[in-house]
Design a protein around this ligand. Sequence first.
Ligand code: TRP
Length: 342
Amino acid sequence: MAKEIFLTGDRPTGKLHIGHYIGSLKNRVKLQNEGKYDPYIMIADTQALTDNARDPEKIQNSLIQVALDYLAVGLDPKKSTIFVQSQIPALFELTAYYMDLVTVSRLERNPTVKTEIKQKGFNDSIPVGFLNYPVSQAADITAFKATLVPVGDDQEPMIEQAREIVRTFNRVYDCDVLVEPKGFFPPKGSGRLPGLDGNAKMSKSLGNCIYLSDDAKTVQKKVMSMYTDPNHIHVEDPGKVEGNTVFTYLDVFDPDKDKVAELKEEYQKGGLGDVKIKRYLNKVLENELEPIRERRAKYAQDTDAVYEMLVEGSKKANVKANQTLQEVRDAIGLNYFGHFDK
Ligand code: TRP
């Protein structure tokens, strides 16, 4: 029996940061290495264009950065098919068919898209492609008949939209061509890493990130600038650990939970300084980031090989997506020419 497929991806709008790592990358590497699934990992460049159409260079430059980040965290082209969305034409034809099964008002209700529209200040000038990206994302997922989609919590509405499209398609065209996917989310409470400034989200536009490609010195500087408890002024003052970014990060990154509990107690009592606790966090982070950084540097020496890897991955992805497209065309009844065409 063929293995079940998991599929996920990222928009190449810059380098990936440790929020991506905690929210999604780490999960996929684990799934990849468990060997139960056949992984497909997509660099979603056309989705990135839906709100960057006038800045294609940003996408072009980010493509290789994201590919390097993937390899750096341990995604392995021998085990995972890593490919580029724009190189898979079937995805766009599938999107076109699915668009006819989804209403505009349904798209307008998508909470993640709504938030993004506000953040990006689109007001009344929302690009059609942007509003439609949940539909194209359903094409990404269903083209590969993925049953599992490991993503961050904010992507839940996209999975729901994909599930709806699958059900509608199979019902309307009386078939079982499309497969309903399930989301795979990080464990509750650890899925979203706050920004260095304590903002709920780590994001490039807020300038509050640690990147997977940051060197050790940069990471240290960023850790030293982190938001803690603004009322913890003197070392001997009792400090707060809730909402204190340093402790949130320790909860996520430090495997030694007893040690974290001890440090929290000491901090709350008073007597544990911010500098000391930040130095400790820096050490914990380095344990995780150093091997990633080293692998990234190694792959960055031969970007030609990385592009080759994407070519190979995209070839393989095309075969799979074209198969599904053929089944979809047959299900709708677009095979008018049948044997005339052979
Ligand atoms: N929307 C995802 C993000 O912004 C990227 C993405 C595109 C994706 N297509 C996908 C994720 C298909 C999972 C499955 O991170």
